[in-house]
Design a protein. Structure first.
Length: 141
């Protein structure tokens, strides 16, 4: 854990990830709070890579506090010059890749997956208007 700052410049952090940016890579140090276990996180990452391959994750390594915690470090390509996608852009993107929005909240489903937490901070748009999901909650249906 003492060397985590060697990953890059600290970026925005959330409930489950502290981020570090270096050149064209974002490193996410995940504390497993949302997923509950390493295996569940790896499932979620695998599903993310299937659905949102433009922002695929790779497992970079592990950190933590000796004898107390384990925190996987994931890496993802940086979406350069990005802005936050607006809800209508997110809805349109998800429809274009075959998802239906559920009426009762911001959740999307297809035959195999349910995806949620696609709020603007988790979905970016580049200069050309292309949409990139950088973080999502995903489960099998």
């Amino acid at each position: 854990m003492d060397e985590v700052f060697d990953l890059g410049v600290p970026g925005p952090s959330g409930n489950e990830n502290d981020t570090y940016v270096s050149n064209d890579i974002v490193y996410k140090v995940n504390n497993l709070l949302n997923s509950g276990s390493l295996l569940k996180l790896l499932d979620k990452i695998s599903w993310h890579n299937i659905l949102f391959y433009d922002t695929f994750y790779t497992l970079y390594g592990f950190t933590g506090f000796d004898g107390r915690t384990i925190m996987p470090i994931l890496q993802q390509r940086l979406v350069k010059d990005a802005t936050l996608a607006m809800p209508i852009e997110i809805d349109t993107y998800m429809a274009a890749i075959g998802f239906t929005k559920l009426n009762y909240e911001v959740r999307y489903v297809n035959a195999d997956f349910e995806v949620w937490d696609l709020v603007p901070r988790n979905v970016l748009k580049d200069k050309e208007g292309d949409v990139f999901v950088i973080d999502a909650e995903i489960k099998l249906r």
